[in-house]
Design a protein around this ligand. Sequence first.
Ligand SMILES: [Zn+2]
Length: 335
Amino acid sequence: MANHRRIKAVVFFTVFNAFLFLSIPSPPSTEERKAFSVYQQKTYFPKTSQALTVHFISGPGKGPTVLVFGGIHGDEEAGYLTAERFIHVGIKNGNLILVPRLNGVAIKKRQRQGLGGDMNRLFDLPETTRHRNPDAKVVDLAKSLIQQADYVINLHQAYDFYAPRWISRERNPSKWGQCNVIDTPIYYLHNGDKLEPGRFAQMVSQRSNERIKNKKYQFLVNNTNTGGPKTRHEEQKGSLTYYALTKQHKIALAVEATKNCSLPEAIAFLTIAVNSALGEAGIQSYFLPTEDFLVIGREINAGKKKSKTGGQAGTHGRSTEPAAAFNDALVFAPT
Ligand SMILES: [Zn+2]
């Protein structure tokens, strides 16, 4: 009888445990998660030096469209390497359009300019002369993608650190590192509505800075006041973000990471900024790229090895070890 009761108990606990196991959903695998999002990619201007691939990712739910550009300047490596890290994200709602290497010629040359000069000054070329610029077709493609977006993020890198007031030669209003650049805080539309890139940039900075413990590397908002009568940045009238805001009425942000750190650290900063922008725009995700610069360093090294064996393009042999001076500088809070 006792034996019979023991068997009954074993059966009961086995069934009970099986029930528990089945009722607690195990986290979906990467492949399962990917199945929720739709991935498409298209290569434009194939077999030319200006060939570029655009990635379209759509989540199952409704939501905004965020467009991320990298590589408009070829000497800002962290920008295009960061945009490429988002190709496999899984999003629950909305759409993500990625153009990691907008200016392929400049990237190949590792220079700011490609075939037609500084591409971030070509978005206001006059109709009568623009056809003479060899980059006009790339700019036109960027403009048509901007049309599909609600939010536009352009990734950059620059030396030193932006500050609204002069603090030092490294940290002052003429520097661009570690800031979210807007052309104006509020943009009024003819129909009485208004866009608030300033509020968006501030929230993206705030979300980012919660994950950047070292205050020296926290993001500030840099308002270039591009359209204002006393602007110090007349040249920005030809920029991608000013075009997106004033001609297509999109919230547009240029994110600048500093070059005064290692490449993995700069990529980590830009990844934090994009993750923050997606969150602020209202895109929920299943998984996003890691913001840990040590993991990013390993990713880059793995990419280099792959490129040596004929795989994806690597990082052109540049040192990707985190600089010793910054090893203790960046400690990210868990996300
Ligand atoms: Zn740039």
